[in-house]
Design a protein around this ligand. Structure first.
Ligand SMILES: [Zn+2]
Length: 81
């Protein structure tokens, strides 16, 4: 479902700027569906927002991977920036 977003990405970056729409972060960015595709959302511009990884994760109620304490999880983590 999320496969054809390359065009949308370019379009949105050109239109709204290449930064997170929530916090203004410039760097690795993702597109978020405001209405999830599984809930009938589309890939139209008005259903998409540019988010950084952190804001995107917050949207979906996920904890940032960065906050996982490797000592507690027992899994060695590699941080990629
Ligand atoms: Zn952000």
């Amino acid at each position: 479902m999320d496969r054809n977003l390359t065009g949308a990405r370019k379009r949105l970056f050109a239109k709204r700027g290449k930064k997170c729409e929530k916090c203004g972060y410039v760097g690795y960015l993702e597109l978020n569906h405001i209405i999830q595709v599984s809930d009938g959302g589309t890939n139209d511009d008005d259903n998409l927002e540019i988010l950084c990884e952190d804001c995107h994760a917050k949207k979906h109620g996920k904890k940032k991977k960065k906050y996982v304490d490797p000592a507690k999880s027992g899994i060695p983590t590699i941080r990629m920036n």
